[in-house]
Design a protein around this ligand. Structure first.
Ligand code: NAP
Length: 323
């Protein structure tokens, strides 16, 4: 189940980091450079929600991460983050954290039956985009299927694409995507939008957006790349193909916070609450960074920035408590 350098500790560690996307690995780089020898519980490769490296492992080209003028592949970027953390002595445990006790110092984090103890914990377990859960969907992410218009819109210049969803995200993405695409279909399963009035007005006024009401994507077509989708009318059940080269799925996100539900304050939408301008949670010595506490920006670079904040907060907390 687990592998890597971590071993159950007789003496507590200074820092355990749970999650290894851009936020967790940046926190690892900073705390390792501060000689705090962090243990990163990085997740399990077999899982799409808890995989080491996080959501960037599901993308191909990343063109908006600063420092890479020619772009970089998501998995390569995360491998570089990890190598940089290892260089300064971060230890990695390739496994999922399964239980938490933040009730007393030092805190406890379990992987199966094995308990690890630490004075501070940085939570960076990320979030996952909700998917339609259709065959081909995950395989074609990065090959025509996307969950991030900001990241991938640029690749669809002059093309016909579709956005699935009827909330603010779907309309925001559809409107944004008209900067690149010749035409954007919004596929929504009802005949009424959930999105705010202002977003609706903006989308209705946009000549490049066409709404396909009462329609559900039932098949994602293509072997190597997306070649189109099959739509089904939710009322008549009639099916019709839609010829598009890009499919943006914008039906919401889910933060990976179940593990912390008994301990950390969460917003009504499940994201962790952090004190404004810091990575501090409601429990002293527990910090959160990246998408697990960000339901707004959700970018690799903002996640990395918040990972740096969490590391510095943890470092200062340890110092203030005489460690
Ligand atoms: P959301 O409000 O939950 O909307 C999700 C949409 O996806 C709904 O229209 C839903 O349809 C549809 N959907 C869900 N599951 C589906 C499925 N399996 N197949 C097809 N359609 C499905 O999520 P969101 O748009 O990501 O927004 C989340 C929160 O962030 C909201 O509070 C939103 O206001 C906020 N937000 C704000 C802004 C902004 O103000 N700039 C931008 C983005 C998001 P139904 O309507 O039929 O349920």
């Amino acid at each position: 189940m687990s592998s890597g350098a971590g071993s159950p500790d007789a003496t507590p560690r200074d820092v355990i980091i749970v999650g290894s996307g851009p936020a967790g690995l940046t926190a690892a780089i900073y705390t390792a450079r501060a000689s705090l020898q962090p243990l990163v519980i990085e997740g399990e490769p077999s899982s799409t929600s808890d995989q080491p490296g996080g959501q960037l492992m599901l993308t191909t080209d990343v063109e908006n991460y600063p420092g890479f003028p020619d772009g970089v592949l998501g998995p390569d970027l995360m491998a570089s983050f990890r190598a940089q953390a290892e260089r300064f002595g971060a230890e990695f445990l390739t496994a999922k954290a399964t239980k938490i006790d933040f009730g007393e110092q030092p805190f406890s984090v379990w992987v199966g039956d094995v308990r690890y103890r630490s004075r501070t914990v940085i939570v960076s377990t990320g979030a996952q985009s909700l998917l339609l859960e259709l065959p081909n969907e995950e395989r074609l992410i990065g090959h025509g299927v996307s969950t991030c218009a900001t990241c991938d819109g640029f690749f669809f210049r002059g093309q016909e694409i579709a956005v699935v969803g009827g909330g603010d995200s779907a309309l925001e993405e559809a409107t944004f995507l008209t900067r690149f695409a010749a035409k954007v279909y919004v596929v929504h399963r009802r005949d009424e939008l959930r999105a705010s009035k202002i977003m609706q007005d903006r989308a209705f006024a946009n000549e490049r957006i066409e709404f396909l009401w009462n329609r559900q994507v039932v098949e994602i077509l293509g072997d190597e790349r997306l070649e189109g989708v099959m739509l089904e009318d939710t009322q008549t059940k009639q099916r019709s193909p839609l010829d598009i080269s890009g499919l943006f799925i914008a039906i919401g996100h889910r933060p990976n916070t179940d593990l912390f539900a008994d301990w950390l304050d969460r917003k009504p939408n499940g994201y962790l609450v952090t004190e404004a301008g810091s990575a501090r949670t409601n429990i002293e010595g527990v910090f959160a960074c990246g998408d697990v506490q960000d339901d707004y920006y959700r970018q690799a670079v903002t996640a990395a920035g918040s990972g740096c904040q969490a590391a510095i907060d943890a470092e200062r907390w340890l110092e203030a408590h005489g460690h």
